[in-house]
Ligand binder design. Structure first.
Ligand code: PLP
Length: 387
């Protein structure tokens, strides 16, 4: 089996994805001869760069069903999330001061909400059910006359759990409240249509869909107001000033074009690999618990707690496989994941979680190797310290 695979194996596609060779090929000319500034309107170098950006904008828009002019380029989804929350809060201040989000959101949303709270906005953080989904009745009950925005992610970066965006979109539209989704983990991995989901704003980033790092975008539905957080040359309809990252944008566009051309087949294949991994692990190991809904979940995600084994120790025992644990380093301390804790896991169960993130370039032989190595390591570690 080892002959078929190359070590180390990368199973951490929620952290970032490798750049697809087709994306790299598309980008390279814009890192050498085609170096123009897309805002230079007086010569061919600029026109060439602008045309490349326009093309990328079309490909990104096509993948999410928006108009090209509704795509605002940013440095990544952290910036997109900041731009939405701060930009809507400021632009709609006279309409209201209340924002609804969920406890399982990415820090880019949660920390920005905490910042707004300090400046006088009211934030409701919806809890998660044990399966990771929010409760729509709790959302219904959270709206107030001053609610200006609901921000709920499409797919969670730890558990892969998918939120019911279509239903949330309907609730927001009925009440005239803006709906934003951090759709980073969903882009290119499942269908995402901003009109069907009734999204007004969506954060996306290139490096989670086989594009380059440092390039993201915000979908802003026509007519939605947004105060800029970066001031300068008035690029991107004045919503995000700064010279455009042309090579990054070209790569992002290509990544979306590639994703769209093979989306249903690819997500089916990746779900098959993920299910194979799950079935092997569960067949061999007791006390292995899947965290979050299996039904409402990204195809490539598997988050499992191997009870009585510390995730960090397990990862150290299987060094040749890149995965993540259910713990994160905050201020130099290792803490159990707040996402898993929100689903009701104890510190111990959260600390024993491993996130497997499968992607485009993973193979069946890799799944079999990873399953075998984790089964072996969990059994050995449990023998060493029986709980
Ligand atoms: N939102 C989610 C759900 C993510 O998974 C990430 C990446 O870790 C981000 C936001 C931040 O994206 P970026 O790395 O482009 O700033």
């Amino acid at each position: 089996m080892a002959a078929q695979i190359k070590l180390p194996i990368y199973f951490d596609n929620h952290a970032t994805t490798p750049v697809d060779p087709q994306v790299l090929d598309a980008m390279l000319p814009y890192l050498s001869g085609k170096f123009g500034n897309a805002a230079s309107h007086s010569h061919g170098f600029g026109w060439e760069a602008e045309a490349a950006v326009d093309m990328a904008r079309k490909h990104i828009a096509a993948l999410i069903g928006s108009l090209p002019q509704e795509i605002v380029f940013t440095s990544g989804a952290t910036e997109s999330d900041n731009l939405v929350l701060l930009g809507v809060a400021e632009a709609y201040r006279t309409k209201g001061d209340h924002i609804i989000t969920a406890v399982t959101e990415h820090r880019a949303v949660l920390d920005t909400c905490a910042h707004l709270e300090k400046t006088g906005y009211r934030i409701t953080r919806l809890p998660a059910r044990p399966d990771g989904l929010i409760d729509l009745d709790q959302l219904r009950g959270a709206f107030t006359p001053g609610t200006i925005l609901v921000s709920i992610m499409a797919a969670n970066n730890e558990t892969g759990v998918l939120q019911p965006l279509e239903e949330i979109g309907t609730l927001c539209r009925e009440r005239g409240v803006l709906f934003h989704s951090d759709a980073v983990q969903a882009l290119g991995r499942m269908p995402l249509d901003v009109n069907k989901l009734q999204l007004d704003l969506a954060s996306i980033t290139a490096h989670k869909c086989y594009g380059p790092k440092g390039c993201g975008a915000l979908y802003v539905r026509s007519g939605v107001k947004l105060a800029p957080i970066i001031h300068g040359g008035g690029h991107e309809h004045g919503m995000r000033s700064g010279t455009l990252n042309v090579p990054g944008i070209v790569g992002f566009g290509k990544a979306c074009e590639v994703a769209q051309s093979g989306l249903p087949e690819e997500s089916c294949r990746i779900a098959g690999l993920r299910n194979r991994l799950r079935d092997r692990l569960l067949a061999e190991l007791d006390d292995a618990i899947i965290n979050g809904s299996m039904e409402h979940r990204l195809p490539g995600n598997l988050n499992i707690s191997f009870l009585n084994v510390e995730g960090e120790t397990l990862m150290a025992a299987v060094k040749e496989v890149a995965v993540s644990s259910g713990a994160a380093c905050h201020s130099d301390k290792i803490e159990p994941s707040y996402v898993l804790k929100a689903l009701g896991l104890s510190d111990e169960a959260a600390g024993s979680a491993i996130r497997f993130g499968l992607g485009r370039f993973n193979t069946e032989a890799e799944v079999d190797y990873v399953a075998e190595r984790f089964i072996d390591a969990v059994k050995k570690l449990r023998e060493l310290s029986p709980a």
